[in-house]
Design a protein around this ligand. Sequence first.
Ligand code: SER
Length: 332
Amino acid sequence: MAKKAIKKILVTGAVGQIGSELTLELRQRYGAENVVACGRKTKPTKELKESGPFEWVDVTEVEKLRDTCRKHSIDAIINMAAILSATGEKNPQLAWHVNVTGLINTLELARELELAQVLCPSSIAVFGPSTPRKNTPQETILKPTTMYGVSKVTGELLCDYYVQRHGVDARGLRYPGIISAETLPGGGTTDYAVEIYYKAIEEGRYTCFVEEGTRLPMMYMPDCIKATIDLMEADFASLEHHGDFNVGAMSFSAGELAAEIRKQIPEFTVAYEPDFRQAIADSWPESIDDSAARKEWGWQPSYDLGAMTKDMLAKLRTRHEAGTLYRSGESD
Ligand code: SER
């Protein structure tokens, strides 16, 4: 299959935690006019809306998606729109609809419009209680116990199916919990690892919804953006896997995270009050073997827990002092 050049990119879910930062980085690299941000409901920040094209698109509505691709002569879709694990357990049908119907819409459009690429993230949620929990291999048991996980396993299979059946260039990577100081995550099980930093700065105390010993794979946003763009730009011919790359960066327990924050804020206290998300966290791996990503497209993370915590606290402290700790959509 001849690899087509990617010039104009559409990012769905561009107002979300990862989509918002990914869109801004892609605009730097590909030119602001060449990266179309799509949101469904949440207002974009001024920066996102004013730095390049913005469209309201629901990924489950294929006609609007098609019209938007045609209008902007799109040749790659990065499908970041998703319902995450905790929200997905409250509304499993919605999670299936957005995560699976949304993805198949983008893959069908890639086939129909002969797009150069579709990239859709997967997640550590594809694993389940019967998967080996430590250094989880690339090829292993995929029997998730959340609808989010079920939809992401389906998404990986759909990507691989469109590669082999239709010659579509579809790619994906299994994000661990993603931590950043910019846009807050929403509806995920790993959200505690972001909230804890905000509360440490704001109140000096945090009530954590998983136990102190809960250990999960995590990644700092600059590494997440790098992983996504590195995979997107990798030579298709060098990929043996397509929709399901394990990517790792760091792994820590909630207690270790609190201890790291305490190095800078010694009076910081955490109470542990697990809720329904504990069972979800317990079904996921502790750490990830990402040797396939390292071998096939050169994956290499930069941030560990210490470096991430220094950067997070510095950024949030500056915003807190300026009275803008919590950012939200601010444009009309
Ligand atoms: N961060 C996601 C969640 O917690 C996992 O991919 O749902």
